[in-house]
Design a protein around this ligand. Sequence first.
Ligand SMILES: [Zn+2]
Length: 455
Amino acid sequence: MTTSGSGSQLRKLIQLATVLLALSASSVSHAAAGWISGSAWSLNQSGGYCPTLTGVNCTGTRYPQTSYNIMWPVPNVVMEIRDNNNVQIGVGSTQTSGNFLVKWTGTASNPNPTQIFVVWWAHHKNNVFRLTHVDGSTHSSQTPWINVVSGTTQGVPQNIGSRVLSSGSADPYWNAYFQTEWQWRQVLAPAGTAFTGTVTNIEMRGFQDDQPSFLGFASSSKTVSPSRRIQLDTNAAFNSQGRSMHEFGHIANYWQRTWAITNSAGTCATCQYDWDGNGGHGWGTYEWGVAGFEESFASLYGTIAFWLSSSSAPTTCSNSTHCYVPAGANWAPGPDTNVEATSYAGATNNCVTTAATPEARKEITHLRFLWDVYDSNQDGTFDDYSSNTSLHWATQLSVFTRYPSGTGLNQLDEPWNSAYTSVSEKDGRASTSFAANYAGIHDVSAMRTRNCSPP
Ligand SMILES: [Zn+2]
């Protein structure tokens, strides 16, 4: 619009503006308000479910195959209502059920919006974490225009029904959100003050192997715990236990008790993946203690997320479907995925002690020890304790707070030399130290021994 029109046009414009001003002035104190309700859903195709296959023992699963590839509620996300000028007129959040009830209030310039739309952000309502795109923008979904029904109230809201946030194929961001929120709500938040308030404002950015402006080059997923950043790789969206849950687990460990993961020169204490001669790692690789323990503890949360402490044969793996492979006419947990398996059942020690391939150094061996401390399934003579039932899950986590400061035996920064210039004890701050620091609560050393004595 321009004001260089003829005199009569200008007068008309001024008259119109005066009328509009009068209208808005009289409406400021009468701005309309209303309420909307409904529920938000998205297609879940997150891996790690217990499959309905012959021979698979799903006793204790929290994530059966019937929960896979179906619509899931979008839980505990920030949402907002915007008017036809794209101005925010209401904020709220979804419940765990995906249900929402949100108030909107017209603005001075648009007191009676006739059309609105709703935006859901992949941002936890308590600001625990958010899922962002590679450019740093938070993922979101929104509705088309919705015609406003006037006169709605909290008790009689405008119900906009069940809204599916992704059409067609499963949305990678909402899936990674589901996985992380599930682990937070069912595993981490119940530990109370161990995590509440410290695990906050975590940015999970995906999905790209290398993100130079974020966490640099890794060719995989990566976490820098002190900076509260997680890089999710191109295969991370549907790989629950091995990616979103695992990486978030690293963050949880660090904020449970901060320590010198890196020194001032940038050397990383936990990156000791080369015991077996190569820098890669997985459940079946052989690692220095500090690396094997840290990776296993990061994955413990994802195991608990999908399995009850009473489970018969819980599994963990890096897979966007499930952890099982054909075994004759049946299916069985794939190699190094059965968390409750033991090579030292009862008094019979069948642990592999071959010099080049010692079972003790496998990452899964550390996890089997940590799971036995947590679980309530009696799978061996000395498996007589459960941090989940006899005490509380937070107790197991509180062990980190019991480590004495320093770089000495079983101390917080044990991997480092006293000057923090090199990683001199690569088996430090691992399962042996964890058991030693647990001793003031309960003697769990036999559980470590009966799981092939991880360092
Ligand atoms: Zn890791």
